[in-house]
Write a protein that binds this ligand. Structure first.
Ligand code: FE2
Length: 340
């Protein structure tokens, strides 16, 4: 039988990141009322029994449904918002986001988002970190994503976007004018999957949906999350845009980035979207550690297969070995491009 023709998977989309190249701290201060209100006296440890409130999304759009079958790492594209955390859990997360130690060192600003809190780390934000590494939470997120996922690395466990509405002005909660309905330009994410969790009460808010582009370039609107609910999206492979949210006092959402748990799944993570809003030493260290671990697992598995082949006295497979080496070469070359 003739060997099946090898069809190369589609090349990953090019990502355009913010123009921010160096760490920029926000010029507009986070209002004191947000900090005061977030303060709590009863700090808790994350407990899935108490803090997880998962209910499956009413609908998960597939890549096939949006005309992108064969792209990405999972058949699932994007979910409807689904309950994930309890209100008590959201309060604990908010308390960490607006804590003194976090506000002191984790505030960033970019041409995309004026006020961000990122890279809180497990010492400053133990509840948030335990929540996103909790096996039950990961199992639920993976269920919605259609593939087993883990957080990409600590720095992007939580990227918190903060916008505050000034009711006396005609501006939207992110500070920009309301006449333009898109809060972000069309873009792809740097990470395969993201989970966007809403940390604000959205009852008086309108808008805030995500627009996605299907394989034919047609657009489709997906509902945005409300307090305690989340949306999971394969953002590295789906072009999308966040629509402006109007009304409501504040809009605070946490974006957690995920990668496949299996080291054998293709990995097209890049750092374009986060380089300008990260402590580069921390970011590069976490990025290279996980990449080298992936490589280590791949090499171990390949060696095991080689030994077995040798034991069984089967001939050396030149094509397969070359394919393996080529994949690892591209993986390493990508690292050389990302660490700059
Ligand atoms: Fe995005």
């Amino acid at each position: 039988m003739a060997p099946a023709a090898l069809v190369a998977p589609p090349a990953p989309p090019r990502v355009v990141g913010p123009e921010t190249r160096r760490i920029t701290r926000p010029t507009n201060k986070i209002p004191k009322f947000l900090i005061d209100e977030a303060c709590i006296t009863n700090k808790e440890s994350f407990d899935p029994e108490k803090h997880v409130n998962f209910q499956p999304p009413s609908k998960i759009y597939t890549m096939k449904e949006i005309g992108l079958e064969g792209h990405g790492i999972s058949p699932n594209a994007v979910s409807e918002p689904f309950p994930l955390f309890t209100e008590g859990a959201i309060k604990q997360i908010r308390a960490e986001v607006f804590s003194e130690s976090v506000l002191e060192s984790c505030q960033y600003s970019s041409t995309f988002v004026k006020n961000m809190v990122r890279g809180m780390g497990p010492v400053r934000a133990p509840f948030t970190y335990d929540a996103w590494y909790c096996p039950e939470v990961l199992a639920r997120i993976s269920e919605v994503a259609g593939i087993e996922l883990v957080p990409v690395f600590d720095f992007d466990i939580g990227n918190v976007n903060i916008s505050v509405n000034d009711p006396s002005s005609t501006k939207g909660p992110d500070g920009s004018k309301c006449d333009n309905l898109s809060a972000f330009a069309w873009h792809y994410d740097s990470f395969p999957f993201v989970c966007v969790t809403m940390l604000s009460d959205c009852t008086e808010m309108i808008g805030g949906e995500t627009m996605i582009k299907n394989g034919n370039g047609e657009t489709m609107k997906v509902r945005g999350p409300t307090m305690g609910t989340a949306v999971v999206m394969q953002g590295r492979y789906i072009e999308h845009q966040a629509l402006k949210a109007l009304g409501g006092r504040e809009r605070i959402s946490m974006v957690t980035a995920f990668r496949p748990k299996s080291p054998f799944v293709k990995d097209e993570i890049i750092l374009t979207g986060v380089r300008g809003t990260s402590d580069l030493s921390e970011l590069y260290s976490q990025y290279s550690m996980y990449r080298l671990e992936v490589l280590e697992e791949r090499i171990r598995a390949h060696m095991k297969k080689e030994r077995k082949r040798e034991d069984a006295k089967r001939p050396f497979d030149v094509d397969n070995t070359k394919r393996f080496l080529m994949e690892q070469k591209e993986f390493l070359e990508s690292m050389l491009e990302e660490i700059v």
